[in-house]
Write a protein that binds this ligand. Structure first.
Ligand code: C5P
Length: 315
């Protein structure tokens, strides 16, 4: 029998197509209607048996990638969700052994694209495989939901609606393929700070509701209608904390994007540039949006990606 000593899992970023936010709950979270869409910006998480063997710590972390200043924001201690994911698999299965985890990052850090949550989803799958735990899909989804509101989506991928605090997932019909451009900010925003600013701006927030126009656009694969129905209740809060994002959004819209919004709690801005139409039209629109965003001088990086794509996958 061959025993794995290394497992690598690829996991996508998400953009929110709708993020409707209710009032603050007693547990400090907010009820959401959160339409997640996985896009082809991937982190790769490699979990390796520690060599030479050691008793502790159970987990060490390293990070690499071409993310410029973003990489310095990745915590490399047990506050990192990927490390906490490994510890939770060890606890649940009783089969943990010391490992070194490497995060190869392409997903913006503190960017509103659930990069930390994606790494945690990947670490759950990788440790389960490396240690031969055989945890069921349900157990992994439960562990994911305990780790954070966006972690379960990293396991599932594609397009799904999250309710509760975002962790109760239902797949959505979305047969179309979409092309996106993402503007990575030079700064990060803390999710908790953005929700706090939301509470300040919207003390009277109503209960969140799904948007039927968005559901219809997705079911029909209609990129123009999708562009029109993108919405994010956290956007005013992110703009209030980082006003320069207004200029980023305006630049992409002015260059012809079909829709634009702050992704999740930001500050990454997402621009829909096409669907299943003539690829040369989409390429032209993409080039114009990319050039306009680069021209603002506000972006750390501008990258393009496709959606949707599957969730965490063992390579
Ligand atoms: O669940 P996660 O760890 O990603 O949440 C980070 C922070 O974002 C929470 O501590 C909370 O302040 C805020 N949050 C929220 N309501 C949600 C999800 C997150 O208020 N549904």
């Amino acid at each position: 029998m061959t025993v794995n000593t290394t497992v690598t899992v690829r996991v996508p970023a998400k953009v929110n197509l709708q993020l409707a936010v209710g009032p603050g709950r007693e547990d400090g979270f907010h009820d959401l209607v959160n339409v997640f869409h996985a896009v082809s910006l991937f982190d790769e998480v490699t979990v390796k048996d520690a060599y030479p063997r050691r008793q502790s710590p159970l987990v060490t972390l390293t990070a690499g990638g071409e993310l410029g200043s973003h990489l310095a924001r990745v915590p490399l201690d047990e506050s990192n969700l990927a490390a906490r994911a490994a510890l939770s698999v060890a606890r649940e299965s009783g089969r943990g052994r010391p490992v070194d985890i490497h995060l190869e990052k392409n997903i913006p850090v503190a960017g509103g694209m659930a990069g930390g949550s994606a790494d945690a989803a990947a670490a759950l799958v990788a440790c389960d495989r490396l240690w031969g735990c055989g945890l069921s899909r349900e157990r992994l989804l439960e562990s994911a939901a305990r780790l954070g509101s966006d972690v379960a989506f990293g396991l599932v991928g594609a397009t799904a609606v999250g309710t509760g605090r975002g962790e109760i997932l239902e797949p959505m019909s979305s047969p179309g393929r979409y092309r996106w451009v993402f503007a990575l900010s030079k700064r990060g925003l803390s999710t908790a700070d953005v929700f706090g600013e939301y509470d300040r701006l919207r003390p009277d927030a109503p209960a969140p509701r799904a948007d039927p126009a968005l559901e219809k656009a997705l079911a029909e694969g209609d990129a123009v209608a999708l562009g029109r129905s993108l919405s994010n209740d956290l956007e005013p809060a992110a703009l209030s904390l980082l006003p320069e994002l207004e200029r980023t959004l305006a630049a992409g819209r002015g260059a012809g994007a079909l829709g634009a919004l702050v992704s999740g709690s930001g500050p990454t801005c997402a621009f829909l540039v096409g669907g299943d139409e003539d690829s040369s039209v989409v390429a032209e629109r993409e080039a114009a949006v990319v050039a306009a965003l680069r021209g603002t001088g506000l972006c750390e990086q501008v990258v393009a990606a496709d959606g949707d794509v599957p969730g965490a996958t063992v390579l």
